[in-house]
Write a protein that binds this ligand. Structure first.
Ligand SMILES: Cc1cc2nc3c(=O)[nH]c(=O)nc-3n(C[C@H](O)[C@H](O)[C@H](O)COP(=O)(O)O)c2cc1C
Length: 353
């Protein structure tokens, strides 16, 4: 894997000059050839987190969207991620929105995307996940609804039934801004119905894998409090906070700042961390929280953990910095622990909440 790491750092300057979607496609294609079981590095035991009934060797995960079709889980685990989340997968394959649909805002350390759940569908993801089942490493699957679905709830139920048995946890993604109407599922009545249906579907499965819901950062206090109450009532295991934002902060410099879609990366950090903090307060530690949005250093991950996240995920910073970022974040997290005189990461969860 050291070879792949070195090759990827050599290729990065070239990839950075290509169209972002082409660079991504080439990266995923080359990583998908890496099939061997990940030789998982031994992380420092202080980084270990017990959550969702699973033992994570470190809290740094790959966020959904990088590996839409579960093609690179083994390579990404080998780069040192504590867990990887594949998807979003919809029941049927779909092409997504017209290109171009990914835009780099390099000056801002950000990306705007309006991909629209382009993916190869459940059958393809099943095949990939089956091929790696039982190997070491934690693999989550993120599920969504097709753009043309007449019954969105039914799409989530199908995704859960078909994919959950092949994953360590499942994320119900109701927060992509790129499928019209999808974020409406975060409203009280719709969410109540959706959570009822997916939890009933899970109860009918042989194994009760953890189920999480991924939310948007663009929620007011009332919406956060409704979601927290419903998540607790329905006994959801956790929340992923957050997806991309439709906000465009005034500070953005990149020429593409006016593009439609979800903004991710550094400008999302503050907003997503504030929603995370609210969710920790509203759920009173009853749910596992995964903090995502704008993480590009150990200090960023540390702030999310102290705000209430048991685990963190990232995507955008990886596209700018490459896979060596994972090792750096883990090293910096250990420095934060020592500086703040806290024995283990698990002890730091929610310290500032
Ligand atoms: C190009 C791109 C595609 C994404 N696709 C998905 C997706 O399919 N499903 C999902 O739940 N989140 C998706 N996301 C959101 C990320 O998982 C993450 O929540 C968000 O980017 C914030 O993290 P970051 O600032 O570290 O990128 C995508 C993000 C990007 C940049």
């Amino acid at each position: 894997m050291n070879l792949i790491l070195s090759l990827s750092s050599l290729a990065r300057p070239l990839l950075a000059r290509l169209d972002p979607e082409l660079a991504h496609t080439l990266t995923v294609r080359s990583l998908s050839f890496f099939h061997s079981s990940p030789a998982l590095v031994d992380d420092d035991p202080r980084l270990q987190i017990e959550a969702l009934g699973l033992r994570f060797r470190n809290p740094v995960g790959l966020a959904a969207g990088f590996d839409k079709n579960a093609e690179t889980t083994e390579a990404m685990l080998s780069f040192g991620f504590g867990f990887v989340e594949a998807g979003t997968v919809t029941p049927k394959p779909q092409p997504g929105n017209p290109k171009p649909r990914i835009f780099r805002l390099r000056e801002d350390g950000a990306v705007i995307n309006r991909l629209g759940f382009n993916n190869k569908g459940i059958a393809c993801a099943q095949q990939r996940l089956r091929a790696v089942q039982g190997r070491p490493g934690i693999r989550g699957i993120n599920i969504g609804a097709n753009k043309d679905a007449t019954d969105r709830v039914a799409d989530y139920v199908t995704g859960l039934r078909e994919l959950a048995p092949l994953a360590d946890y499942v994320t119900v993604n109701i927060s992509s801004p790129n499928t019209p109407g999808l974020r409406g599922l975060q409203n009280r009545a719709e969410l109540d119905q959706l959570l009822g249906a997916v939890m009933a579907a899970r109860a009918s499965l042989q194994r009760q894998m953890p189920l999480l819901v991924k939310i948007a950062p663009d929620l007011d206090e009332q919406a956060c409090s409704d979601i927290a109450a419903l998540a607790i009532d329905h006994r959801i295991d956790g929340l992923i906070v957050s997806n991309t934002t439709i906000d465009r902060p005034d500070t953005l410099q990149g020429t593409h700042r006016g593009e439609t879609g979800g903004l991710s990366g550094r400008p999302l950090f503050r907003k997503s961390t504030e929603v995370l903090r609210s969710m920790r307060r509203l759920t009173k530690g009853k749910l596992v929280l995964i903090g995502v949005g704008g993480i590009s250093s150990g200090e960023d991950a540390w702030a999310k953990i102290r705000a209430g996240a048991s685990l963190v995920q990232l995507y955008t910073a990886l596209t700018y910095e490459g896979p060596a970022l994972v090792t750096r974040i883990k090293r910096e997290l250990l420095t934060c622990l020592e500086r703040d005189r806290i024995p283990t990461l698990q002890d730091a969860v929610g310290l500032d909440a």
